[in-house]
Write a protein that binds this ligand. Structure first.
Ligand SMILES: *Cc1c(COP(=O)(O)O)cnc(C)c1O
Length: 406
């Protein structure tokens, strides 16, 4: 807890280093690399110098195979395929559904727009579902209400580093099979949930397919861009590999392959992932202690049996503080303290005109309420205690100023 005397003392010292740059709300500090990643990258390049070796071809390099095996094992999935990004992973997922015109895929609107772009890219119909205000992930009951005879798949996002309720979704998928294609397919967007835990498993172990991102803002990274797909379905894995190699012998395909230098960096990042995520949890737990007593704020929720890895630290303001008042907190935090909080995320149909045009406005009650109340102060595994105290003191001070004004 920070009382007002402690708050004044912390803020009297001014902003800790780095002083003259904004502290971004999404992990914009870049990845967290060590000398081990640099050594692995250099080794992979040196190992490619001879003409008989090169970078390997068709994704056949040893580093890629090792990375795929290690990633599958880490997630507890049978297969992992390394690709260039999570966006591409979701595109491939939708390709593998072989959608017919009019086929529907259910996805939440408190989300990044990637899943909707992937659905639209394959000429599918986006059906938005509402979320649970405590977890910010899909609300299974609302998902179930939106199923029609045209529903083919459910595409939940593990939004803030917390797993979606996979068992409930899998149960719904079994109980509402498509007349031709059988149980609905669960396609997880795990761009922000690498390493997150769910009832003794890791995200990526369950569902038809899960897509991960190794972009530099995410929990682990492969030199700025990168991704992977995990699945337990061997035939699906084979098809994805074919799509990734210009269609194999018989099918359509292109090239979405990761290169071996990225895979070499990824192997080291993967070996450090639990350590990096645990540091996030330490920062998040400390923040919770510091802010919990503020009656205006609701701290993030970690359901029993889940391991939240805090890609972001999602705080809700109480309903009386929604909308303009929340926005005022954000603008004052930036102007007075150099801290940029993100709203990760607003309903996509309100945020992006293209999504609204193609998917319509479903007027989701909970999602729109959360869109007015959510904000995420910066969180990174390397935030030290001094930086953390400054973030929390700034937030409490800002709330106090706004309270006094009104
Ligand atoms: C970042 C992100 C993506 C896209 O990942 P890329 O690897 O950059 O393509 C997709 N979905 C969510 C939820 C994301 O945060």
């Amino acid at each position: 807890m920070i009382d007002s005397a402690k708050r004044k003392f912390i803020l009297s010292k001014g902003k800790p280093e780095p002083k003259h740059v904004p502290w971004w709300g999404e992990p914009n500090f870049g990845g967290w690399y060590t000398e081990a990643e640099i050594d692995a990258v250099v080794k992979a390049i040196r190992g490619s110098m001879h003409w008989s070796e090169g970078f390997g071809h068709g994704g056949s390099a040893r580093e890629i195979e090792e990375f795929e095996n290690a990633f599958a094992e880490y997630c507890g999935a049978k297969h992992a395929i390394a690709i260039t990004s999570c966006g591409v992973g979701l595109d491939i997922a939708m390709m593998c559904l072989d959608l017919e015109p009019g086929d529907e895929v259910i996805t939440p609107a408190i989300n990044y727009k990637a899943s909707q772009m992937a659905i639209l890219g394959q000429r599918g119909e986006v059906v938005f579902c509402d979320i649970d205000s405590k977890t910010l992930n899909v609300d299974p009951e609302d998902v179930e209400r939106r199923i029609t005879p045209r529903t083919r798949a459910i595409c939940p996002v593990h939004l803030t580093g917390l797993s979606a309720p996979m068992d409930e979704l899998l149960d719904i998928a079994e109980r509402h099979p498509h007349s031709m294609h059988g149980p609905l397919k669960i396609i997880g967007d795990a761009a922000r949930a690498c390493g997150a835990g769910y009832k003794g498993t890791k995200v990526g172990a369950k569902g038809w397919l899960t897509a991960f991102s190794f972009h530099s803002q995410k929990l682990m990274t492969t030199l700025g861009e990168g991704g992977a797909i995990t699945t337990n379905d061997s035939r699906l894995a084979e098809r994805i590999r074919d799509i990734n190699h210009f269609g194999g012998e018989h099918g359509w395909g292109s090239n979405y392959r990761m290169n071996k230098v990225q895979a070499a960096a990824g192997l080291v990042q993967l070996s450090r992932l639990d350590e990096m995520n645990n540091r996030r949890r330490v920062v998040a737990n400390r923040r919770k202690e510091l802010l919990e007593s503020a009656a205006e704020l609701v701290m993030p929720y970690e359901p029993p049996g889940y391991v939240h890895v805090y890609y972001v630290y999602p705080i809700l303001v109480q309903p009386e503080w929604a909308g303009e008042k929340r926005d005022k907190i954000l603008s004052m935090m930036e102007k007075n303290f150099g801290i940029v909080c993100s709203v990760t995320n607003r309903p996509t149909y309100l945020r992006w005109p293209y999504v609204a045009e193609k998917c319509g406005n479903p007027k989701l009650k909970v999602s729109e309420d959360i869109g007015q109340r959510l904000f995420c102060p910066p969180l990174h595994p390397l935030l030290n205690e001094e930086q953390e105290l400054y973030i929390c003191a700034s937030l409490l001070e800002t709330i106090d100023i706004i309270k006094k004004e009104s």
